[in-house]
Design a protein around this ligand. Structure first.
Ligand SMILES: Cc1ncc(COP(=O)(O)O)c(C=O)c1O
Ligand SMILES: N[C@@H](CCOP(=O)(O)O)C(=O)O
Length: 465
């Protein structure tokens, strides 16, 4: 299995190399050259298997000879052992044809744990084989950061620096990042928004001298291994609802487009996915693009679903790569236009390709609160604001196609966003007992300017050589 860059100019890599490389050297994102396909019989055979066994069968064809079967199985088993639900990703029925896929039973209470726990294990295997040490730098709008810290804290051969937008994550999210005591993890509060953090992270990857000096690695969805592990729950949920004999649609609360792109790959692998519905909050650049055909930045407005306050949606580049028939030069041109002019127009052919697979919708602040309240009243489920955006957008998609079961991804635990949930319902969701003292733990955080030189200097100084 070979991995190529969406911009067509970087070396072709194996799975293991792509995993440790992060951003391609031409600024693009690695993707598999061909997507392995599962037959209907192979998909049918997933019914009744454990989440871990499905994860192995789905991930194995992508990993080539980087890991032995035993290594991959062991990594998956260790990754999910600490999850708080035996099903790992349980499905709850909200209405006759609407299901909620709960992705928040991992250690940091968001869907990021599903991939981050696995790649934490895979990184350790690969680094031990190569005798290497690395510096992980991550950008987060709240959830990737805590999941990364949880997966890599205390490791001797890994230093972790997480860039988060100062004042723009929930208090629980911030404390999850600032209270771990291990010296190898560092929370950096950047004066800017998430796009600034992710922009600086990509600038670091494009600064080859810095990248090579510190052994830079990435665990955002820049890293294909992250996206790969997120494909699995599209399979487990669709098979539970009757796939491959029945089609299923998904609504995915979307920001950086990693999760919904994992759904696209599941479809490419042969899972009968009818529609993939992009659900955005008031930062609706993806919804506007799907409707109008141009991707145009307006500026990010902070919302009650802060993890989706994103305008430069990293993995949309991967979706465009498919939509443009894997023409790397065309993608490089679009990304250059976005950087220099803040906008690009998608060709008519590419738009038709995107609309073939994706629908979209957006939900504003007031409606998000209403959906949290209505969902509790009608179904007894307490949903986080991100999941509520999904439930709100899914309603329209179900109306358009009432015959296909809809799975909405519940991407975070409501207790990560207690203020919004309390405003909507009057109920303040409690954190699990293991996190009950989160608000008493001392915080450790460094405030940093949105400045590449300052960030690189800090990382050089703090990382262990
Ligand atoms: C709770 C939550 N929901 C949804 C999203 C959006 O996911 P993606 O960036 O993969 O589109 C994020 C952040 O990524 C998140 O943290
Ligand atoms: N919403 C994310 C943003 C980063 O997404 P990633 O999937 O690229 O890591 C977050 O919570 O940090």
């Amino acid at each position: 299995m070979r991995y190529i860059s969406t911009r067509g100019q970087a070396p072709v890599l194996s799975f293991g190399e792509a995993m440790l490389t992060g951003l391609a050297r031409d600024g693009g994102l690695y993707v598999p050259e061909t997507v392995p396909v599962m037959t209907a019989d192979e998909i049918a055979a997933l019914a009744g298997l454990s989440y871990e066994e499905v994860a192995f069968r789905v991930m194995r064809p992508f990993t080539g000879d980087t890991f032995t079967e035993a290594e991959l199985k062991g990594a998956i088993a260790r990754a999910y052992a600490g999850f708080g639900h035996a099903a790992r990703a349980p499905l709850k029925q909200l209405a006759p044809n609407h299901f909620l896929l709960e992705l928040f039973h991992g250690p940091t209470l968001a869907f990021k744990d599903f991939a981050m726990q696995v790649i934490g294990q895979l990184f350790q295997i690969e680094l031990a084989k190569q005798g290497r040490r690395i510096t992980i730098v991550g950008a987060t709008s709240g959830d990737t950061g805590s999941a990364a810290i949880e997966a890599f804290r205390g490791l001797d051969n890994v230093d972790v620096f997480i860039l988060f937008p100062h004042g723009r994550v929930s208090e629980v999210q911030r404390r999850q990042m600032t209270t771990p005591i291990e010296g190898n993890v560092h929370a950096l509060a950047v004066d800017g928004d998430f796009d600034d953090c992710q922009g600086k992270l990509k600038d670091m990857f494009n600064d080859f001298a810095f990248r090579d000096e510190v052994g830079l690695a990435g665990v955002n969805s820049i890293n294909f291994a992250r996206v790969l592990a997120q494909i699995v729950y599209f399979f487990t949920s669709a098979v539970a609802l009757g796939a491959p004999h029945r089609k299923v649609s998904f609504t995915v609360p979307t920001g950086n487009f990693g999760d919904i792109f994992a759904g696209f790959l599941a479809k490419e692998m042969g899972l009968p996915v009818e529609r993939l519905v992009i659900a955005t909050n008031q930062n609706d650049i993806l919804d506007r693009c799907l409707k109008a055909g141009d991707y145009t930045k307006h500026g990010v407005t902070p919302s009650i679903s802060p993890s989706m306050d994103i305008e430069v949606s990293s993995n949309f580049e991967r979706a465009l790569f498919w939509a443009y028939g894997k023409d790397g030069a065309a993608i490089a041109e679009l990304m250059d236009e976005l950087k220099t002019r803040g906008t690009f127009t998608v060709s008519a052919n590419a738009m038709a390709h995107l609309r073939d697979t994706y629908d979209s919708g957006s939900v504003g602040e007031a409606r998000t609160l209403e959906v949290i309240g209505e969902t509790l009243k009608e179904t007894g489920e307490l949903v986080c604001p991100h999941s509520a955006v999904g439930v709100g957008v899914a309603a329209g998609a179900i109306e358009r196609d009432p015959g296909t079961p809809m799975v909405t991804l519940a991407t975070a635990h409501p207790a990560k966003f207690p203020d919004a949930v309390e405003e909507a319902t009057g109920l303040r969701p409690a954190l699990p007992p293991r996190m009950a003292d989160l608000f008493e733990r001392p915080e450790r955080v460094t405030r940093v300017a949105n400045d590449l030189a300052a960030l690189e200097a800090l990382i050089r100084k703090e990382r262990r050589a």
